[in-house]
Design a protein around this ligand. Structure first.
Ligand code: BGC
Length: 773
């Protein structure tokens, strides 16, 4: 991104703090933009010359047909029964389908009508929709979109991977690109070509209900994993074949920055923060060829993002050069008047959102958007050129996904690896590499086969808790859709330990009753393994009033502690819930995140030491509710009440995670003590596995600026790599450092590196060097 663009865009964002100024600017920008769109020079959404056939098609379309392409409806709208109240089993209602296709010319359909379907049912649904399009005037196929968030979760029998946060803990983006390729394959097997994933929001507030959907708190980790996921989905191209799908980076921009941590509440973000923290993952995704983007449902500094042309056009299109389709999030045009109240009614909201730059509206439950957009075009309030621009982006996407080839659903035999053992092994490997050992006093782990284990806790025998939300249903709580062939932690440990294992749930997620029987069982064992968790949830239903792990579960651990037995806590949670009081009572803590269907196996294999843990935290685990500091906080945040630099006391720091083998880092050596101008510096370190078993180690490189014109962070992650070491092996790891790696966003929104001294930190080692311009 050029400096000039950043400067001008963020200067404008600064200026729009007052609504009147904002409106004036919006009108000015919108007019300049519309003018530029109607000229021959298109700055965004421009398809290549090979897409001229789409222009020819657009030329033959009526305004109604064009506008229809810009609407996306929920599957419920065309099914038997009412919206959110479909008749089981779900079937398409022909008359509703005909209305959608022939009267409203609907361009896109999403979702699954409440729960996952088997492949055959997906084929039936998609063929019926597409066959209807073949008898329409334009014959333009429908673009079907779905949330395949951690595997093709709305296709029964598919492989379910760990959620994104767990994937980030592997510090191995290759695992994520493999997971995404499998997800794409299994999504296409159902006949669906478009996936609303990845989430590229950076998790800066652990209260946020969608924390687990992110790659954690660091922009570099989010960028690398986002890129890997997009490459896996799309197969490294922007014309995905029948084994791949179009990715949709979401939610642009600043969605996760909500001040309260409650979903879809306002973000108040400085421009520097937007630029430095929230933007890089999207920038990397665009460079990786992401074919679509979904917009942030919330507002930033008082302006709903769906109505902000500076973010949606100037930044996204003109500056970042994004050429794909911009889809709104759920009902977000309507929410401009119903919730945000920046417009007086639907018609004004439609105009605002289209002027701001959206291409497709996830309406999704009626045809209001189309009705008003048609009126606005006919009244000359929105130009045909503007409509053509969005329609072309949508049609080009359809073309690149092969939809015009009219092969709507694949042959039953086309995807033999769907839900296969090899796909499940990939999910298991990701889960294994994500699980993070946070505490292991007296080497209570790994467990020994001869030990009597008491397994307990609400997450110990639940598939839904292992998987979390977006599992067969939106909130993922309905057990009846679970894959019966998959195993809970208890199922697997029972198989491994036989009679040495006893189990009882002991307490619920939020309720505790008489625990006498559980306490008696605990008192008879050698080690207690208590699996704590969080109810699957996301979006609004996932808002919480306290970050503490629910009282009932903490109370249960306190009762178990009274037996005097060593306690291992396994955490299966959506976000880092505070456990300060019970952490002190246990000998070991294993963070499992939301490990998916293979989580039971992975947790058991780690607990019994069949696999050496190698995950590291992609976030800072807070100790206290009032001390939510992130790893890249400022020095002033470290000052405590006594003015000592020790106020940063997280439960566990970002990047922390142990294995069963001791890993030693040698001192760092630098190729030079002075990095000059555009030059490069190589930092080398030797890493030794001192243990007697092989180990994987994520090696993280941080830097910090001694003095800078914007208060520097205490550290910033600049690079990482994961290596494997045999027992006793030493390996050299080197990182190349240039000035870009040390940069920050200054007061003029320039990405710069100022001359001076820097520290680099790798493991427990630190080294200082000087940068000269
Ligand atoms: C979520 C999106 C999701 C969409 C479609 C919205 O409520 O915010 O992330 O892609 O629904 O299911």
């Amino acid at each position: 991104m050029g400096k000039i663009g950043f400067q001008s865009i963020f200067r404008k964002l600064n200026m729009v703090k007052f609504r009147i100024q904002y409106l004036v600017i919006c009108i000015a920008i919108a007019s300049i933009w519309i003018l530029s769109c109607s000229s021959t020079k298109q700055t965004s959404g421009t398809a290549s010359s090979s897409d001229e056939d789409m222009d020819k098609l657009i030329a033959k379309m009526s305004v109604e047909e064009k506008v229809g392409q810009m609407i996306q409806i929920n599957l419920d709208v065309i099914c038997e029964g009412g919206i959110f109240n479909l008749v089981e089993p779900h079937h398409i209602e022909k008359t509703k389908l005909k209305t959608a296709i022939h009267q409203w010319h609907v361009g896109s359909v999403l979702n699954c009508g409440g729960h996952a379907y088997p492949i055959a049912q997906w084929h039936e649904i998609i063929s019926l929709i597409q066959e209807e399009t073949t008898i329409s005037h334009t014959k333009i196929p429908v673009l079907y979109g779905i949330d395949a968030i951690h595997g093709a979760n709305y296709v029964m029998g598919s492989t379910l991977f760990p959620q994104q946060l767990a994937q980030a803990a592997t510090f191995s983006p290759n695992l994520t690109s493999d997971a995404a390729a499998i997800t794409a394959y299994e999504t296409r097997a159902a006949g669906i070509p478009w996936n609303f994933s990845p989430v590229l929001d950076v998790a800066r507030n652990p209260n946020w209900s969608r924390y687990f959907e992110t790659f954690g708190e660091d922009p570099l980790v989010c960028s690398r994993f986002g890129k890997a996921m997009i490459e896996g989905y799309q197969g490294n191209t922007n014309s995905p074949d029948a084994m791949h799908v179009a990715a949709c980076m979401k939610h642009f921009l600043g969605y996760s920055g909500a001040r309260t941590g409650k979903d879809r509440t306002p973000s108040y973000l400085s421009d520097i923060e937007l630029c430095e923290i929230y933007l890089p993952s999207f920038k990397a995704a665009i460079a990786a060829g992401a074919m679509s983007v979904m917009i942030n449902s919330g507002e930033i500094n008082g302006i709903p993002v769906h109505a902000n042309p500076i973010i949606l056009t100037e930044l996204l299109r003109n500056e970042l050069k994004f050429q794909g389709v911009a889809v709104t999030d759920w009902e977000d045009v309507m929410k401009l008047h119903q919730i945000h109240r920046v417009s007086a009614g639907m018609k004004e909201s439609v105009k605002m959102a289209v002027d701001a730059g959206i291409d497709m509206c996830m309406v999704p439950n009626d045809f209001e958007f189309a009705k008003y957009l048609i009126e606005l075009v006919k009244e000359g309030k929105i130009s045909m050129a503007r409509i053509n621009q969005s329609v072309k982006r949508i049609l080009v996407m359809k073309k690149r996904l092969g939809l015009f080839d009219q092969k709507f659903t694949p042959a039953k035999t086309a995807y033999p690896l769907f839900g296969s053992e090899s796909h499940r092994r990939a999910a298991l490997q990701t889960a294994l590499e994500s699980i993070t050992l946070l505490k292991n006093e007296g080497n209570v782990l790994p467990l020994k086969k001869e030990q009597k284990i008491f397994l307990t806790g609400p997450a110990s025998n639940s598939m839904t808790i292992l998987n979390g939300a977006w599992t067969r249903t939106w909130q993922g709580v309905d057990e009846k859709y679970n894959d019966a062939s998959q195993m809970t932690i208890n199922d697997v440990m029972k198989k491994m330990a036989g009679d040495q294992l006893s189990w009882t749930e002991g307490c619920g997620l939020e309720s505790i009753d008489n625990t006498d029987a559980a306490i008696l069982a605990a008192s008879k064992c050698d080690v207690v393994v208590v699996c704590l968790g969080e109810k699957p949830c996301t979006e609004k239903p996932g808002d919480i009033e306290s970050l503490h792990l629910p009282d009932a579960q903490r109370e249960y651990v306190k009762r178990l502690h009274k037996t005097g037995k060593p306690i291992v806590i396994v955490l299966v949670e959506n976000r880092p819930r505070i456990i300060e009081d019970i952490e002190k009572l246990c000998q070991a803590v294993v963070m499992a995140y939301l490990p998916g269907d293979q989580g039971g196996k992975a947790i058991a294999q780690i607990l019994y030491g069949e696999v050496n843990p190698s995950g590291k935290l992609p976030f800072t685990y807070p100790r206290n509710e009032q001390s939510i500091l992130l790893y890249d906080h400022k020095y002033s945040e470290e000052l405590d009440v006594n003015f000592q630099f020790n106020a940063f006391q997280p439960q566990w720091p970002f990047g922390f995670g142990m294995g069963y083998a001791e890993i030693e880092y040698s001192p760092i050596t630098l190729s030079t003590d002075v990095l000059r101008g555009e030059g490069k510096l190589v930092a080398r370190i030797f890493i030794t596995n001192k243990g007697n078993r092989s180990a994987k180690e994520a090696v993280l490189l941080f830097s910090r600026d001694h003095v800078a014109s914007i208060t520097p962070s205490v550290k910033k992650l600049r690079d990482f790599v994961k290596i494997e070491l045999a027992a006793g092996e030493t390996r050299e790891v080197s990182f190349e450092i240039d000035r870009n790696m040390l940069s920050f966003i200054n007061a003029r929104f320039e990405s710069i590196t100022e001359a001076g001294q820097f520290d680099i930190m790798i493991g427990n080692q630190i080294k200082t060097f000087t940068y000269q311009l």
